[in-house]
Design a protein around this ligand. Structure first.
Ligand SMILES: *Cc1c(COP(=O)(O)O)cnc(C)c1O
Length: 484
């Protein structure tokens, strides 16, 4: 039987806390603001504790088990990041505090900018955007501002490969620009002929993800960049998936002009259920003047051996992208992560991410069809479609995984793979945990052939059974309602 929720445990007069003794003169409350009826549950402290702990256990989380959600990089969030983010000097800061009294925070922000520059090969970085998607918008606005500044106002088109994350075309539309889709070739790369055919003086640029969402390294990245530059366009790198490149290859070095990072993916800060995330943007030298305002600068103090830190406005700034200075708590976590790992550690994390993905792929290859036979980077995509079980879909496999206590991969994305299952184990999983996931997948493939109803009806032992996902998204029930 389901355990009762707190709302049903209410007993009139039971209480979990006491208001402190009044230490100000009593005064009348404004009647128009008071509700006559407010049916809050009357419960004790232990009821409240149990309620919230129980709710937290209904959620799946990276702290509970493997979470190989492709493209999302659900790596473990080291607890030391939480310790630093909660240090009173950081946690108690007010965004409107005089910068002179927040030098430690500005020092951290400045050096995080510097680390991200060193990792990516860009000339400058803004920490302002609150997510990858907002970083994309920032980057595209910068590209457009740069071209308008050169008098090329006729440019209105962004090229987006068909394997791109949905945020790329969405960003383009948000920027008031036109999207033209570029198909992939048989090896999963951008089709160069199709790209050439779209290059002209209306192109603002190309948005490219490398490794792309198939987990494949773009084999002609240099050529793609040169082609786009050749028509006066710029190249936007979707750097959400930097996990395979960190410490190995720098996007700025191959001529990418602008790129966002996802601190809540590559740099181990929590995704936080839709926010706050953090999506800093790096730009090459010719775009530095267009960055959002402010950036953090380091100022030499005459005759002293220390620096001070201040906010500065780039000369042709596109303006501010977000209130205040970015998701500061995320910046502290990412800074901690980078400092804890160091140069060698970051590279090792990327190498292990790639090794783990290829190992897991090797364990399920032959069980699920693999559309592109290549060595993968941080993730790979198989088809959730089995010859032995024609009625089974990727969704059935995903839901059955829940019964085995692990999180499903991303499914039905990228759109160019039929019944896609997109698996990204990340570097923080051990061989045992990868073996366990592979064994579960093989077992499910077997069940698909021998007992398909098990998959069709899954999940069987989750807090909720199979949901109508469209209705859940369009008409979410966000408030507890007692069953009649
Ligand atoms: C996650 C992701 C994004 C968007 O990042 P958000 O922080 O979710 O807005 C963009 N592109 C790719 C490839 C991603 O994986």
């Amino acid at each position: 039987m389901a355990e009762p929720l707190i709302y049903e445990l209410s007993v009139p007069g039971r209480e979990g806390s006491k208001a402190p003794k009044l230490d100000v003169p009593p005064s009348e409350l404004p009647a128009e603001l008071l509700r006559t009826e407010l049916p809050l549950p009357e419960v004790s402290e232990i009821d409240v504790t149990r309620h919230f702990v129980r709710l937290s256990q209904l959620n799946y989380a990276i702290d509970k088990g493997m979470y190989p959600l492709g493209s999302c990089t659900m790596k473990y969030n080291p607890k030391v990041n939480e310790l630093t983010a909660r240090m009173p000097g950081f946690m108690g800061l007010h965004p409107l505090q005089d910068p002179g009294t927040a030098q430690g925070a500005l020092f951290l922000m400045y050096h995080l900018q510097e680390y991200l520059k060193a990792i990516s090969g860009f000339a400058e970085v803004t920490l302002q955007p609150a997510a990858g998607a907002q970083g994309e918008l920032t980057g595209v606005l910068i590209m457009r501002a740069y071209q308008c500044d050169r008098g090329e106002t006729q440019r209105d088109t962004i090229l987006v490969p068909d394997s791109a994350h949905g945020t790329n075309p969405a960003t383009t539309s948000m920027s008031g620009l036109r999207v033209v889709q570029i198909p992939s070739d048989a090896r999963g790369n951008v089709d160069l002929d199709a790209l050439r055919a779209q290059l002209n003086d209306r192109v603002v640029g190309l948005m490219i993800t490398n490794p792309n969402t198939l987990g494949l390294f773009e084999e002609h990245i240099k050529e793609v960049v040169d082609l786009v530059h050749g028509c006066g366009g710029l190249v936007y790198g979707d750097g959400a998936n930097l996990n395979a490149l960190m410490g190995v290859m720098r996007p700025g070095d191959v001529g990418i002009d602008v790129m966002h990072f996802n601190l809540h993916k590559t740099f181990s800060t929590p995704h936080g259920g839709g926010g706050p995330g953090s999506g800093p943007v790096g730009v090459a030298a010719h775009l530095v003047d267009f960055l959002p305002s402010p950036v953090i600068v380091q100022i030499e103090v005459e005759d002293e051996d220390y620096f001070t830190y201040a906010f500065a406005a780039p000369a042709k700034s596109i303006g501010s992208m977000k209130a205040f200075w970015g998701q500061f708590g995320m910046l502290v976590r990412a800074y901690t992560y980078i400092r804890m790992l160091g140069d060698a550690g970051l590279r090792e994390a990327a190498e292990h991410a790639v090794l783990n993905a290829n190992y897991l792929l090797s364990q399920i290859k032959g069980v699920f069809p693999l559309p592109y036979e290549r060595v993968c980077k941080h993730e790979f995509v198989v088809e959730g479609k089995l010859e032995t079980a024609p009625d089974i879909h990727a969704l059935d496999i995903a839901k059955r995984l829940i019964d085995y206590g692990v999180h499903p991969p991303t499914n039905y994305f990228p759109l160019i793979v039929h019944e896609a299952l997109m698996i990204e184990p990340t570097e923080t999983e051990s061989k045992q945990s990868l073996d366990n996931y592979a064994e579960i997948l093989r077992k499910i493939a077997e069940e698909a052939a021998t007992a398909p109803e098990l998959l069709h009806e899954a999940p069987h032992n989750a807090p909720v059974r199979r949901l109508d996902e469209v209705r859940a998204a369009r008409k979410p029930v966000l408030r507890y309602q007692r069953e009649p």
